[in-house]
Design a protein around this ligand. Structure first.
Ligand SMILES: Cc1cc2nc3c(=O)[nH]c(=O)nc-3n(C[C@H](O)[C@H](O)[C@H](O)COP(=O)(O)OP(=O)(O)OC[C@H]3O[C@@H](n4cnc5c(N)ncnc54)[C@H](O)[C@@H]3O)c2cc1C
Length: 376
């Protein structure tokens, strides 16, 4: 009998999961409260960094390597550019989180990298002037993903393989049936499925209501500025970067892809909820990023062009949450965020499909288990 899987949330993780499941012959019914790709969740803003020398933890390296292969396959079949290679600069104090973490991953997984001092950074990449006591790990395979196009293509694959996608359809509630399987309620009625994937991003807390998971939704704002020295801001001359500008505090950015420099703070936003997040951007928020650009990219950032508000969904340890529901084994929750999940989307989709189908998962996902969030 064909397995029926409901996928709730068709953003980065859910669209990938729906595509993998549908391509394996599973009957997929997908739901999204909006019409992805949209700008109301965590996957908009026209660019996401993908990088391999993963400062957060070496355990992510095999997963991102699988994601690179799957992004490449998606690009080939869609005949659309989803990835642009720029190289990546992970910068900061040598013993800081970003540089030391990137080096640890690069060394453990024998990745290609170069360690550059501040002078070399300025010579090779004239957009940047980092302090003399900062260094940079340059990793050649890093680059830019196009999130909206990627989600659109993943949904196209899912649809082409037979997935039924119910867009503009919020799921109001779900429950496990005593005899197995699940029921999903929407305004249009109740749908039954054998399994349920909750890929609801910033809405995951409310969807897992009774468990009271310690997930914090964080409001994050990205900004576009005119590139004043356009020759130094091209994809060939300016890598994507993450810079630990003061201990534990990082900002990041992208070269000019036609809309200006995109710059933002990482993990310094205020807590919010998915339904109440303010989309208004205060001048101080623009100025906070502009003053970092003035110090570390002098003469690069001109007129502020626009800003966009997005959400991180953070776990206390910043690792993902991908696991079966503790009391409903037919339900898998896949909320790979904490501000760094996009790059992994197709690999997450593949491994969530494995979890749902009771197949062996080929990555170590023990750090992503739900037990750790339940104090067990
Ligand atoms: C500003 C910003 C910058 C980032 N930069 C990077 C980066 O450079 N590199 C990187 O790898 N990651 C980055 N991230 C993180 C990454 O974008 C996220 O981890 C990832 O996009 C999250 O995907 P998701 O599928 O969990 O959530 P989303 O893509 O937001 O998908 C969740 C979906 O669930 C739907 N939904 C929710 N509740 C319901 C319901 N009840 N019924 C139906 N549908 C529902 C929503 O409408 C939404 O479409 C960044 C995030 C932000 C906000």
């Amino acid at each position: 009998m064909t397995l029926t899987v409901a996928v709730v949330g068709l953003g980065a993780a859910g669209s990938a999961t729906a595509a993998h499941l549908a391509e394996r012959g599973v009957r997929v019914i997908g739901f999204d409260r909006f019409t992805p790709p949209h700008d109301q969740g965590s996957s908009h803003g026209r660019s996401r960094i993908i990088r391999e020398a993963y400062f957060e933890h070496p355990l992510y390296v095999p997963l991102v390597q699988r994601a690179y292969a799957l992004w490449d396959a998606l690009e080939q079949r869609s005949r659309r550019t989803l990835f642009r290679r720029t190289g990546g600069l992970m910068m900061g104090p040598a013993d800081g989180t970003v540089v030391a973490g990137a080096l640890a991953s690069a060394r453990e997984h024998r990745l290609p990298y170069e360690l550059l001092d501040a002078t070399k950074v300025a010579q090779r990449f004239p957009a940047f002037r980092i302090p003399a006591d900062h260094v940079a790990v340059f990793e050649p395979r890093a680059g830019i993903l196009d999130p909206e196009s990627a989600i659109a293509e993943q949904l196209k694959v899912a649809r082409a393989a037979g997935a039924e996608l119910r867009l503009g359809t919020p799921v109001l509630a779900w429950r496990a049936r005593p005899d197995g399987g699940v029921e999903i309620d929407t305004a249009a009625g109740t749908t039954r499925a054998d399994r349920l994937v909750l890929a609801t991003g910033a809405w995951t807390g409310p969807m897992m209501g009774e468990l009271a998971l310690p997930l914090v939704v964080e409001r994050n704002v990205v900004h576009w500025f005119e590139a004043l020295r356009p020759d130094d801001a091209t994809l060939a001359r300016m890598p994507v970067f993450i810079h630990e500008s003061s201990p534990g505090k990082a900002w990041y950015g992208f070269p000019d892809q036609g809309e200006g420099l995109k710059l933002a703070l990482h993990h310094q936003g205020r807590p919010t909820t998915a339904d109440s997040v303010s989309r208004d951007v205060a001048p101080e928020e623009v100025n906070a990023v502009r003053s970092l650009a003035k110090r570390f990219m002098p003469g690069m950032a001109g007129t502020h062009r626009s800003s966009s508000v997005c959400m991180y969904t953070n776990t206390p340890d910043d690792h993902f949450l991908i696991d079966h529901h503790p009391s409903s084994p037919d339900v898998v929750v896949a909320s790979p965020c904490s501000g760094h999940g996009f790059k992994f989307a197709p690999a997450i989709g593949e491994l969530v499909a494995d979890l749902v189908m009771d197949r062996t998962v080929r990555f170590d996902i023990t750090p992503f288990r739900i037990d750790r969030l339940l104090g067990r």
